[in-house]
Design a protein around this ligand. Structure first.
Ligand code: CA
Length: 591
């Protein structure tokens, strides 16, 4: 294989030498460290900066008063001809940063200097089928391993010191359209992953593996009718775990190619001991071919991490006809109401509605629009089910080449897409990277063919406003009130982070990493990174100083699928850089 791990000799420091002692590993990432990630400030060992995915840092060395002095300390190029979208969140452990890049690559980097320690390039076959760019969203750390998913639907575990492969496991058949782009997560000693491929009529699934050796522990298909199974010593335990009745919410055999891919991965809530995952569109996109709710597509699922059984589901777009998916992150948070603590979870859906659920049972608490224009539904009923506007569902082809075209807002790229929002424990607000756009959409006939696109729809995305598409919003989940907004010319496609320093960080396709005052929305800092920022920023503390890191590299789904919007952003330059900033110690002292 074209293995390029261990490209450069690894310099042994006294600390590293100690870690290499047999049976002694100071480094080894443990379950407890993963659980504690939300409060530790000197390392980041989970995607989401904590298993609940709040992307909130308790650090306040850097704050609205001194953020103007935040400055770059190093940058690293991902190199080569392989650029395109860079969408990962870095992880940091013992002064080393682990990050993925486009084309299923992993880099280990000295977090103090930016020196590359090793690089791993997955050898990808020519016939991979990524729907929406060759991106990756990050690694998981466990024990001495760095684990990630590839565009040919494999999990790969690398030694954290050398980048050499420790194990590799095939999760699904890439020739059928499966791939992996999400960061896996580790919960109670289990490595959990989703899969991508809803545009190819795959059957979505969530699976748990033994992170030490890649052995399958359980599998949970996300289309109603398929059985889930638990495995022991590599053998299927006979009585499967039902995921509902085949054909109940799907006509005929369509559940066999139903999509519902949980392509964005998920999070874990330790308070209720459940995995919270989202699922993508039902396949095909043409909804007239599959009357019914099409469970569990475009839904949020709570799973038991022990066996993958579904504890509850909440479907944001039943009978999805717009590719709204339902993958967007469901973020656990608690709030006080009437003297009681409400264990809630919030999600900002592609379909334009923001939902607050009771995460103990999946019941709808409230929901409201978070973008300015929604045409496909008139609102939500008391259970959170959309009240459809039937005249705004794209029509059935009815023997013609195409059915009635409708203009629908939001566009299928979503009021908010994959890019994670952040929740501040100080302000009680969610910071939501949203987009204002619509689309002409129509249906066509389609038949399933293994490995071929399975849409049965055509579309053209269009901006709703001349001067902006992106809107970073601060949203109060208790009232639905938008507290502030910041507009952006290009569609926002990067993750958000918030800190105890009253700061909100995010990047834009124009190339700026930006910081805002979390209470007022005032822009307090920005830095031009050289290419569009689609990654998720992180912050941590090292040697008494606060650092911020983010990836830069334009690409992702917008240039590929964005119609008239893609034309607007066609001159944006690609890239592939990892940037790190800090607030120098002497400048902190001045304030
Ligand atoms: Ca989709």
């Amino acid at each position: 294989m074209k293995h390029s791990g261990f490209r450069k000799p690894f310099v042994l420091s006294a600390l590293c030498a100690a870690m290499l002692l047999p049976g002694v590993s100071a480094w080894a990432v443990t379950d407890q460290e993963i659980l504690d990630d939300v409060k530790t400030t000197d390392q980041i060992v989970t995607n989401g900066m904590g298993l609940q995915g709040q992307r909130y840092s308790p650090l306040s060395i850097l704050n609205t008063d001194n953020v103007k002095d935040l400055r770059p300390v190093w940058t690293l190029s991902f190199g080569g001809e392989k650029q395109r979208g860079q969408q990962a969140q870095p992880l940091i452990k013992d002064g080393v940063m682990y990050v993925t890049a486009s084309y299923s690559r992993v880099f280990a980097v000295d977090a103090r200097t930016g020196k590359e320690l090793w690089q791993y390039d997955a050898r990808l076959p020519d016939d991979i089928r990524p729907c929406c760019d060759v991106i990756n969203r990050g690694v998981a750390l466990y024990g001495d391993l760095v684990i990630f998913g590839t565009l040919d639907a494999k999990l790969v575990a690398l030694n954290k010191d050398t980048g050499k492969v420790v194990w590799r496991k095939n999760v699904a058949d890439h020739k059928a359209g499966y791939s992996i782009t999400a960061a896996p997560l580790v919960v109670n000693g289990k490595l959990i992953t989703g899969v991508s491929g809803g545009e190819f009529g795959v059957v979505g699934k969530i699976e748990a593996y033994d992170p030490k050796n890649g052995e399958l522990l359980w599998t949970r298909p996300t289309v109603e009718g398929h059985m889930g199974y638990v495995y022991k010593d590599g053998k299927k335990i006979e009585n499967g775990i039902s995921g509902g009745e085949a054909g109940k919410t799907w006509p005929g055999d369509l559940w066999k190619t139903g999509g519902a891919a949980p392509w964005l991965g998920g999070y874990y809530d330790p308070e209720t001991n459940q995995l919270l995952f989202g699922t993508g569109n039902p396949a095909p996109w043409n909804s007239h071919l599959r009357p019914g709710d099409n469970l569990y597509s475009s839904s949020r699922l709570a799973l038991n991490p022990d066996d993958g059984s579904i504890k509850w589901h909440f479907q944001t777009t039943p009978h999805d006809g717009w590719d709204f998916d339902g993958v967007n992150e469901l973020v656990s948070f608690n709030y006080q109401e009437g003297g009681k603590t409400i264990k809630a979870a919030a999600t900002a859906d592609r379909n334009g509605f923001f939902y607050v659920l009771d995460r103990t049972n999946g019941k709808f608490i409230r929901g409201f629009p978070f973008v300015d224009k929604i045409t496909w539904a008139k609102g939500l009923d008391k259970n959170g089910r959309p009240i459809f506007d039937d005249s705004n569902r794209p029509g059935a082809p009815g023997g013609a080449d195409k059915g009635k075209s409708v203009f629908s807002a939001p566009a299928f790229l979503g009021a908010k897409n994959w890019m994670p929002m952040a929740y501040s424990q100080d302000t009680g607000l969610f910071y939501v990277p949203s987009n204002e756009w619509g689309m002409d959409i129509w249906n066509e006939d389609i038949a399933y063919k293994k490995g071929a696109a399975y849409l049965g729809s055509g579309f053209t995305i269009k901006p709703l406003n001349e001067d902006y598409i992106g809107v970073l919003r601060a949203i109060d989940p208790k009232t639905g009130k938008e507290v502030w907004r910041q507009k952006n010319y290009a569609p926002l496609w990067g993750g958000v982070m918030t800190t105890k320093g009253n700061l909100v960080f995010t990047g834009n396709p124009e190339g700026f990493l930006q910081a805002f005052n979390a209470k007022t929305g005032d822009k307090v800092w920005e830095f031009q990174t050289g290419s569009g920022v689609l990654g998720s920023p992180v912050t941590w503390e090292m040697d008494g100083e606060q650092y911020v890191s983010v990836l830069s590299g334009w690409g992702g789904a917008v240039p590929l699928w964005g119609g008239e919007v893609a034309k607007r952003v066609k001159n944006f330059n690609q890239g592939g850089m990892l940037w790190t900033f800090k607030l120098p110690k002497d400048l902190v002292a001045k304030h």
